[in-house]
Write a protein that binds this ligand. Structure first.
Ligand code: HEC
Length: 102
């Protein structure tokens, strides 16, 4: 019984130890272009991942952005209405587009 008590104290004690270090997590800001449609973008697209996913794609065609928006809805079940999907696609194409439709 005594052995069991020592064993359980030895197992639990490290879990209760306090971490006495300063931990700082870097904040990475991805500012979006403030233009018509940005509010819809923000309410539709930043609940699962950062805006960095857009920046990382580079400037793309309208079909590309449409495909990404549709992919989010179909594969990842993003809760976005058809109207908001159109608004977001237009916003992305206008501000993160290469001018080509396809
Ligand atoms: C329900 C969650 C969810 C929402 C809402 C969401 N996404 Fe995503 N998105 C994901 C997941 C999951 C990935 C894949 C992440 C990975 O592979 O690391 C992703 C990846 C991406 C990528 C990277 C390229 C790719 O094809 O994987 C882009 C671009 C993107 N999302 C754009 C958008 C846009 C634009 C919206 C708003 C219309 C949006 N996302 C909303 C879940 C979501």
């Amino acid at each position: 019984m005594k052995k069991l008590l020592i064993l359980s104290v030895a197992t639990v004690a490290p879990l209760l130890a306090q971490v006495d270090e300063n931990i700082s997590i870097p904040y990475v800001d991805f500012p979006m272009v403030k233009a018509s449609g940005v509010a819809t973008y923000q309410s539709s697209c930043i609940m699962c991942h950062s805006l960095g996913y857009i920046d990382n794609q580079g400037l793309q065609s309208k079909a590309f952005w449409r495909g990404k928006v549709d992919k989010m809805i179909v594969h990842f079940k993003a809760p976005i209405t058809v109207q908001d999907a159109d608004t977001v696609t237009n916003y992305l194409f206008k501000n993160y587009g290469n001018g080509k439709l396809k």
